[in-house]
Design a binder for this molecule. Structure first.
Ligand code: NAP
Ligand code: ZN
Length: 374
């Protein structure tokens, strides 16, 4: 009997897999063919929606610096599989739902971030930390268990995603500015909440890019005193407008040293190699510096920077699904969106070059109706 049960279960799970993997359709996308090539128009396969799936027409997709790292194969720990269709800041409208879907119906607004699946059974999934599930599937560049190959992201005109990984979009916010919340938003909101940023705390934000400007908005909404560290003197005025109480251009070492030993929390959002010891010195006793920026080159940390004042250094990766919904609802309540420059998909390569020069205020959001004008 146990063998019979085993066989029945094996056949059932195989047939389920086959029925899930059977139907596919083609959709438009922009893909990179290798680490050196530009993104070009192409068509990609998507699975037909299964019973737990939501099919979404993509309206906007933000451009995250991670897209650029991945497209150019800059992360040795996460090699890129080509063709690569990036994009994990997705907002759109539901066009079809599977028979078991209960939270969405055609016509609803919907959003998708950096993950599209996880095992749902592990200790991390059980506490809403799907991003740490050992079997988590990223929105792009993860093995696609439905149709083979790798998953393809949001630089595309539609996508099919398991319901659990689809978020509700507040209806009072500008959609182009909501898209970046799905990565830049949750990646900064999560550590800011985790490390207890609130009124009366002194918070530093290093780098005023896509992530950094969201961190300033969240910390400001929570009532913290905020200091922005930037390499770009021309961002000073914006930093104040976004909610910073003080702005330090990091080349000014005198200004930096005035803050020694005074910060409760510092968030490092920098995408390129830089020295973090100078920021560790600025933490007060038991202060924390969290890294979210992901340059490939390892950081050199002086032990002394941590020993004195019992400082701590940590990292943070996006956020779980429930927390992402909480962040979207927080944004709805506080009227927070990303500051975006909306571009057509045809300008994506130009946008990447500008991102490298820190020349974006403060996130590119691709308007997917531009696919129709191709
Ligand atoms: P971004 O918009 O390009 O912003 C990065 C900012 O870093 C720049 O605007 C610039 O700010 C500063 N910067 C750039 N080069 C620098 C250098 N050489 N030295 C010092 N500062 C420099 O990028 P993003 O989309 O916010 O992403 C930032 C990083 O976070 C990327 O590495 C990305 O992969 C990573 N990320 C991590 C997660 C996660 O889950 N942990 C999620 C998303 C993204 P100033 O002009 O103000 O100096
Ligand atoms: Zn991202």
């Amino acid at each position: 009997m146990p063998l019979y049960h085993f066989l029945v279960r094996a056949i059932m799970s195989t047939s389920q897999f086959i029925s899930e993997s059977r139907g596919q359709y083609k959709t438009k996308a922009y893909a990179a063919a290798d680490a050196k090539s530009q993104l070009n128009p192409t068509t990609i396969p998507r699975r037909d929606p299964g019973q737990n799936d939501v099919q979404i027409e993509i309206l906007f997709c933000g451009i995250c610096h991670s897209d650029l790292h991945q497209v150019r194969n800059e992360w040795s720990a996460m090699p890129t599989v080509y063709p690569c269709v990036p994009g994990h800041e997705i907002v759109g409208r539901v066009i079809k739902v599977g028979s078991a879907v209960t939270k969405f119906k055609p016509g609803d607004l919907a959003a998708v971030g950096c993950m599209v699946d996880s095992d749902g059974n592990c200790s991390q999934c059980h506490v809403g930390l799907e991003q740490f599930c050992p079997n988590m599937t990223l929105t792009y560049n993860s093995p696609d268990k439905h149709i083979g190959g790798v998953t393809y992201g949001g630089y595309s005109d539609n996508i099919v995603v398991k319901e659990h990984f689809v978020l509700h979009v507040p209806t009072n916010l500008n959609l182009a500015g909501v898209a970046p919340l799905l990565c830049a938003g949750i990646t900064t909101y999560s550590p800011i909440r985790h490390w207890g940023v609130t009124k009366g705390k002194k918070v530093g934000v290093i780098g005023l890019g896509g992530l950094g400007h969201m961190a300033v908005k969240f910390a400001h909404a929570l009532g913290a005193y905020i200091v922005v560290f930037t390499t770009s003197p021309n961002k000073k005025e914006d930093a104040h407008r976004l909610g910073a109480d003080d702005v330090i251009v990091t080349q000014d070492t005198d200004q930096m040293s005035k803050h020694t030993g005074s910060f409760d929390f510092i968030l490092d959002t920098v995408s390129a190699e830089h020295d973090i010891n100078i920021y560790l010195q600025l933490l007060r006793p038991d202060g924390n510096l969290t890294i979210v920026g992901a340059p490939d080159k390892p950081h050199a940390i002086s032990a002394m920077s941590l020993l004195f004042n019992r400082r701590s250094l940590s990292g943070s990766l996006i956020g779980g699904i429930a927390e992402t919904q909480e962040m979207l609802d927080f944004c709805s309540k506080h009227n927070i969106t990303a500051d975006v420059e909306v571009i057509p998909i045809q300008k994506v390569n130009e946008a990447y070059e500008r991102l490298l020069r820190a020349d974006v205020k403060y996130r590119f959001s691709i308007d997917m109706t531009s696919f129709k004008s191709r």
